[in-house]
Ligand binder design. Structure first.
Ligand SMILES: NC(=O)c1ccc[n+]([C@@H]2O[C@H](COP(=O)([O-])OP(=O)(O)OC[C@H]3O[C@@H](n4cnc5c(N)ncnc54)[C@H](O)[C@@H]3O)[C@@H](O)[C@H]2O)c1
Ligand SMILES: [Zn+2]
Ligand SMILES: [Zn+2]
Length: 363
């Protein structure tokens, strides 16, 4: 028997989202139904509503969630009813060509639930990032459930499922930030500030935050930036060189995803430094760089998908560091809201007023 729950649905491009009745099937083989406790509002949910990801409407939004396993299907052994889990969008398959090379963090064929959730009239829903967690219950592949310490508050834990992991992983995993290195982070939203917190965790000695909004730069200081630059009024490349003995940083992280920002990141790094692109560009964007600079500066230009994370390794680690007071996970939660408030939260995100609004489900 399917569960009948409330969920946030985007019906068509640009139209305001609404709360609708959603039918969640019983879990089939390899699947799990999760009682969602909290789910953060991420920029990617808005991208879905705007048709920026694909046009497979209607979407069941929400993908940054924590909750409790309510039911499991046949053959599920890694998680059980009652487990506290964070949902991930990298359920490693173990079989694809990346997995077979031992590069599980790139898994090209991650698992989602085989069945679909539907509207009351039977219309199939596309779950955002294969999760769909702005709903009281959601259906996922069991591999999308990552157990973390149940002492971690759900509002904070859920953020490990997307934005925080993407930012921390861009610094730790993709950028490979080492103790004593210098780092610059462009764009200090949820993802960029998580990259700053990740660089601080790694022991970077200089962390320069760059944004066009002073509110975001104040947050960046709190997450560990040693210097801030408002790139609306100050040339960030010159400023970053000024903070690094004239040389530039070892690692420059673009958490915006625009050509002009990537170019700043490219020139703000020292010889043989790394540039990490974690912000997501749009299909029409183009980049033009003198090829001699690409050669002459050496180093590496890398993209970071989901912070090159392995959920089973990284989520529990960050939850533990949070509970030990060594990682400020809860500070990314600007406000908690109800299921009816997602559309308003998109507007606040757009105006730059929040790092994360988090939907909390009353039990
Ligand atoms: N690679 C991944 O796996 C992954 C995962 C999650 C999110 N993302 C992407 O990361 C990006 C950031 O996400 P977010 O949730 O932090 O968004 P956000 O909107 O909260 O933050 C973006 C920040 O960039 C700043 N900004 C805008 N233009 C700028 C400019 N020209 N120079 C400097 N700063 C500028 C804004 O003021 C804001 O603080 C998005 O593109 C998102 O889609 C990527
Ligand atoms: Zn794989
Ligand atoms: Zn997200």
């Amino acid at each position: 028997m399917a569960y009948e729950v409330k969920g946030v649905v985007a019906r068509s491009k640009g139209a305001p989202v609404g709360v609708e009745t959603v039918l969640v099937p019983d879990p089939g083989p390899g699947e799990a139904v999760v009682d969602v406790a909290a789910c953060g509002v991420c920029h990617t949910d808005l991208h879905y509503r705007e048709g920026g990801i694909n046009d497979e409407y209607p979407f069941l939004l929400g993908h940054e969630a924590a909750g409790t396993v309510a039911a499991v299907g046949q053959g599920v052994t890694d998680v059980a009813v009652g487990d506290f889990v964070v949902l991930n969008w990298r359920a490693v398959c173990g079989q694809c060509r990346a997995c077979r090379k031992g590069q599980l963090q790139y898994c090209f064929d991650t698992h989602n639930a085989a069945q679909q959730m539907t509207l009351a009239d039977g219309t199939a829903l596309s779950a955002a990032l294969g999760i769909g967690a702005f709903a009281e219950k959601t259906l996922v592949h069991a591999g999308q459930c990552t157990k973390v310490d149940p002492q971690t508050p759900a509002t904070a834990a859920g953020l490990l499922g997307c934005g925080v992991m993407a930012g921390v992983g861009a610094a730790l995993n993709t950028g490979g930030v080492q103790r004593g290195e210098s780092v610059a982070v462009f764009g200090c939203g949820g993802v960029g500030n998580a990259a700053i917190a990740g660089a601080a965790l790694a022991g970077a000695s200089t962390i320069v935050a760059v944004d066009v909004d002073d509110r975001k730069l104040a947050w960046a200081k709190a997450f560990g930036a040693t210097h801030t630059v408002n790139s609306r009024s100050t040339d960030p490349v010159e400023a970053i060189r000024g903070h690094t003995g004239g040389f530039g940083v070892d690692v420059a992280i673009d958490a915006v995803g625009r050509p002009e920002v990537f170019e700043q990141a490219f020139y703000a790094r020292d010889l043989a430094g790394r540039v990490v692109l974690v912000g997501v560009p749009t299909p029409e964007m183009r980049l033009t760089l003198p090829m001699i600079e690409l050669f002459g500066r050496g180093g590496a230009l890398k993209s970071s998908w989901y912070g090159d994370c392995l959920p089973s390794r990284d989520f529990p680690m960050l939850a533990d560091l949070y509970r030990q007071g060594r990682f400020p996970l809860a500070d990314f939660v600007t406000e908690t809201i109800g299921l009816d408030d997602v559309e308003a939260a998109f507007a606040k995100m757009h105006r730059g007023e929040v790092l994360r609004s988090v939907v909390v489900f009353e039990k």
